[in-house]
Design a binder for this molecule. Structure first.
Ligand SMILES: [Zn+2]
Length: 112
């Protein structure tokens, strides 16, 4: 079991967050075996956003703020795609299932 990392998770008023009985009533951070958001760290997109609003700037500064554009060049723009030529015409079985397409030039090549 793990806790949602949302910084305001306990402030959202839902039944499953309510704990304790009269005199000791409280809302607590959600606890589950797994979560669906933020690599399994958050119970909702709201909680993920709350975390980012609280810690985002510090996290970016800690791990390295982007200070100049990250560049996609012809040389590193090759992506593996399903070979759509296989959908057209007859006797396409000899065509390989995947090809590489260059995002910049739109060139195609066989997979390496
Ligand atoms: Zn949460």
């Amino acid at each position: 079991m793990k806790y949602c990392q949302g910084t305001r998770c306990h402030t959202y008023d839902t039944k499953d967050r309510k704990k304790g009985s009269k005199g000791n009533k409280r809302n607590e951070t959600r606890k589950r075996t797994d979560f669906y958001y933020g690599n399994g760290n958050f119970c909702s997109l709201n909680c993920q956003t709350d975390w980012f609003n609280t810690h985002g700037d510090n996290a970016i500064n800690h791990f390295g703020r982007v200070e100049q554009p990250i560049v996609l060049t012809e040389a590193n723009a090759w992506n593996r795609r399903y070979n759509y030529h296989r959908w057209h015409g007859d006797n396409t079985d000899h065509l390989s299932e995947y090809i590489e397409v260059n995002t910049i030039t739109r060139e195609e090549r066989d997979c390496e």
